[in-house]
Design a protein around this ligand. Structure first.
Ligand SMILES: Cc1cc2nc3c(=O)[nH]c(=O)nc-3n(C[C@H](O)[C@H](O)[C@H](O)COP(=O)(O)O)c2cc1C
Length: 287
């Protein structure tokens, strides 16, 4: 179950949680059962699970139960090998900052130090801890409320926003697989999403059951805010590529229309694509 869950729910962001115990001894450990769950109040949650071997609890959990403060540090690619080193099960009281070679910097509001190398660090107080059971592998949700946020200045845009394309976070997948943002893996959705969209259900029947159009194609078409009007229909009819399709044998027309519509979708003109698909449907139902 553990491996299936890790492979299926991926990529997961990774944080390094910095905590202290009652004797002020520092601990630093990575967690990929981690995310943000609320902006107001700003709440991050990570989950130190009970050890799979004997069901005992991890040092991080012991620490946040005793001292309700944690720095949640974001992990990027240049930290990945040191981060992995810090995950080793060192004896209680060992400072993983030293083991992994990270630089501790005093926090401003809380006692655990933050990681200087981290692109972003959150000073947090522990709002509550929710144990999910006593079995080996049972999670313990640590709800951490952000009090102060540190960001490396070179990651800010002119408008003082964090630039998602520059942080270079790494994420955990299943097994030993990790994931990194590189140019090739980045894309922006251009479609405007609001409640006025026509939806896939409004598309012609043949388009919804097309062997050419993909689910993503249908998603783009369904995001349009209006069905084609008479003017759109006329313009589509005048296209030479459409006229050429009308000259094909009837049996070949539908696929050709769908391929042409897809071409317009790929060049960022979904309105013309939809007009073509309605022409195709008209043609199909013509006596
Ligand atoms: C990338 C990565 C992500 C991890 N995520 C988790 C996690 O979400 N929960 C968990 O219990 N252990 C996780 N681990 C394992 C802990 O980091 C490891 O058990 C560590 O020794 C715990 O340290 P502690 O006992 O000092 O708290 C992860 C390890 C790595 C390398």
């Amino acid at each position: 179950m553990h491996q299936h869950l890790l492979a299926a729910v991926a990529p997961r962001p990774i944080c390094l949680a910095s905590t202290i115990d009652l004797k002020d001894r520092v601990n630093l450990s990575p967690f990929s059962f981690f995310n943000v769950f609320s902006s107001n109040p700003p709440i991050l949650i990570f989950s130190p699970a009970r050890r799979g071997t004997d069901g005992s609890i991890k040092h991080t959990l012991e620490n946040v139960m005793q001292v309700k403060e944690v720095v949640v540090n974001i992990v990027n690619y240049s930290m990945v090998n040191q981060m992995a080193l810090s995950s080793a099960d060192f004896p209680k009281g060992e400072n993983e900052f030293n083991k992994a070679g990270f630089t501790p910097v005093s926090s401003q509001v809380i006692r655990p130090p933050r990681v200087a190398e981290a692109p972003v660090s959150f000073e947090c107080v522990v709002d509550r801890i929710i144990p999910l059971g006593d079995n080996p592998g049972a999670g313990n949700l640590v709800l951490a409320q952000v009090i102060l946020m540190h960001v490396q200045e070179n990651l800010l845009t002119k408008e003082n926003r964090l630039d998602s394309t520059r942080i270079d976070q790494v994420a955990r997948m299943g097994g030993q697989w990790y994931n990194r943002l590189i140019d090739k893996s980045l894309f922006k959705l251009s479609t405007r999403i609001d409640g006025t969209m026509i939806g896939v259900e409004s598309l012609p029947f043949s388009s919804r059951n097309s062997t050419v159009l993909t689910g993503n194609d249908l998603g783009i078409l369904g995001s349009l805010s209006a069905l084609p009007d008479l003017k759109n229909r006329e313009s589509a009819l005048e296209l030479s590529a459409v006229q050429a399709i009308f000259k094909l044998p009837i049996i070949k027309q539908e696929e050709a229309f769908h391929r042409l519509a897809q071409k317009f979708l790929r060049t960022g003109d979904p309105q013309t694509a939809l007009s073509i698909l309605f022409l195709s449907e008209e043609q199909k139902s013509a006596p």
